[in-house]
Design a protein around this ligand. Structure first.
Ligand code: ZN
Length: 96
């Protein structure tokens, strides 16, 4: 379980890839979409960013994703795992 507040992003701000105006995506969500899509302008993820993704995917997937397996994924796949875990979590909570 990550104890970091959700609004404390380990990613730098980037403009949203999917919203035209009035973007309500969080900093992390924006960054993950760019990393997944190959449009992230800040190079490979840092060890801190990868660690955040691993912890977040593990937390949101409620144990379905193993940190040891996530650690082997390339940046884009790791970022995608977090987005999928979030979507699954939202579905499981009846939020989607
Ligand atoms: Zn957005």
């Amino acid at each position: 379980m990550s104890m970091k507040p959700i609004d404390q992003s380990v990613f730098r701000f980037v403009p949203c890839a999917t919203c035209d105006t009035d973007c309500l995506c969080g900093d992390q969500e924006r960054a993950l979409r760019h990393i997944t899509g190959g449009t992230w302008p800040h190079g490979p993820m840092t060890p801190e960013q990868r660690q955040w993704c691993i912890e977040e995917a593990d937390r949101a997937a409620e144990g379905a994703l193993k940190a040891s397996e996530l650690d082997l994924l390339p940046d884009a796949d790791l970022a995608r795992s977090v987005l999928f875990a979030w979507a699954d979590y939202a579905r499981s909570q009846g939020l989607l």
